[in-house]
Design a protein around this ligand. Sequence first.
Ligand SMILES: [Zn+2]
Ligand SMILES: [Zn+2]
Length: 724
Amino acid sequence: MTLAHVLLPQRLEKTYTYFLPPTLVHLPEGSFVRVPFGSREKVGILWRKEESAKEETSFKIKEVLVGMDVPALPEKLRRFAAWLAQYTLTPVGLVLKMVLPKDEHLELLPETFLWTCHPPLKPLTPTRQKVCDLVARDPYHTSAHALGMCAGVSPQVVSALEKAGVLSKAPVLDGDEGQGEPDLKGTPAVLSPEQNAAAKTLCHQVEENAFCVTLLDGVTGSGKTQVYLEAVAKALSKGRQVLILLPEISLTPQGIARFENRFGVSPLLWHSGVGPSAKRKTWHRVLSGNPCVVIGARSALFLPFSQLGLIVVDEEHEHAYKQEQGVFYHARDMAVVRARLERVPLILASATPSVETVVNVTLGKYTCLKLTERFAKAVLPTIELVDLRVHKKTGGPRRWICDPMVQALTQNLAAGAQSLLFLNRRGYAPLTLCRSCGERVSCAYCSSWLVEHRSLDILMCHQCGHKQKRPQACPSCEAPDALVACGPGVERLHEEVTALFPKARVGMIASDQGSVQLRQDLLSDMEEGRLDILIGTQMIAKGHHFPGLVFVGVVDADLGLCGGDLRACERTYQLLHQVSGRCGREEVPGHVMIQSFAPDHPVMQALSAGDRDAFMTAEIDARRLYEMPPFARLVAFIFSSTDEKSVEEAARAFVHRAPRTPGIMLMGPSPAPLAKVNRRWRWRVLAKADKTVKIHPFVQHCLRQTPMPSKVTLHVDVDPYSFL
Ligand SMILES: [Zn+2]
Ligand SMILES: [Zn+2]
């Protein structure tokens, strides 16, 4: 008889064994099957088939119920899932959960309808309005039932709306909406000789269709995107699929238009903001093997491409590629693994490549293509450091912009050019202090201060999201009107700028300000010259092209350096370099001013000298000297519990029972810098291994040896990026 080892998409280390009835023995490995599990039925993947000689009738195993009418998951993707599970020490079922769409996506798509809302004669009830709101966002649904489910209302509501003539539906053919067939007769970009040479090499790699990793290392404004889009076009012309990963999806209509001009279709998008029916379409399309381009956040790495021809990881140095909940993985590193298993080329693009990637280039594991010129004669901006110890403001109200920067802004405004002010801090003020007793207003559930958001009139915890009204009296000594805001956030900076320049058109962007649409509108306003000054957090630092931007002011350059973790300098350098690169991308040369209390710091010196390579060399030497990644491997263990005593005991027991192993050093246990988050106390242990030692067997041994008490949760983070 034939046995089916079925993997279910949940926290399970192993497959479950079922009997494969004669009607289903033809199913290939990778097929979607429905199986009984406990008292329910579940959808899983036929992971492995096995012929068993024994006709065991006595031994009760259940039967696979049905094979689903969906193409099997490609073998390379299954191998990728298994590899990732092993590397990140995650149950493989949990990785499968990232690969599979939600159950409802698996149902066949016999008929999808395009739903349209017509203006109602009288106002709608809130329930009916919900349906219309959903249709406005996501018009593709299979049935009244499915639409009702998505909107969270009963199907009768949908039918009633149809009867009333408010809703109508029309069937759509597959491929009718979203991305059609790419049309490569679009306009290729005009490339400089340098860009052209790089594009040729990349296109050649796509032709060869073998695994290789190339760093596309280009100064900001050198047109890396145009270069890799040529490789994308080549892959499409070969009938293959392309995945482009971005750290954050903030494509403006202009960004999408550039894509459409080149390929005649819009890209398929994959991120948390994409509606369920669009995701379902994309998922099935990718699995069907149709040539297409997906632009996605890190989760797009798990899409079931069956004809993958190229992966691009843009802004490869970005820390947003590291996922730090559920399954802990780094999407850039895992993209390398997927490209290797798929045997396709991978492009890593950045103006400030990570230390890890640069070391791989030096070792000859990756090749490197450099773009040294800014596009169309634009030159790199001049960078000026402002020593805040010298330009300290004495007396008067506290100001966050020093005199030289005020002058620069004034001149730039007078010249009719745009300015950008960068401060990587959300809210109004990072700290609220009592003048009377010195109390710092903290979160009740975390060991962190509450951040004032004056526009919302609240104090908010940036760790757990807890919000409360700003108290009138000090919560500790009850002194009335004694609480003062300390330090600047973007809201406070906005207040200062509007007071200084009342006539200027000023906009502000932060991840917690307004809707996605509002932020997109502000970005478009900046791109098209309807703003004079844009203020923002790191959301505005990357990727955007503001043709009229001439001046960039960095308000607090020292912020990132305070973190003190392994990558603090690298991260600060990358971020400030990216922000600086926003300006002077057209004819007028850009000017950057950086306010710092530590202008002698190597990061600030490298920035002002424009000497990235010297900075990288020093940074790599330091990592080698202190035997830190990529010259060693780290694994972090994060223990957490609502019970303070249990978590400490568990962390101590873990270290105590870990075997002494040459080449592996355990650091800790110690309370985490963020000692408490969302009512849970946290302790950390860090393991460091020489490159010559295999750390995974050691970690697995430790985990088996010290099972966690039920009160304590342990997260294992292989190659950690956060040390908080
Ligand atoms: Zn007080
Ligand atoms: Zn909190």
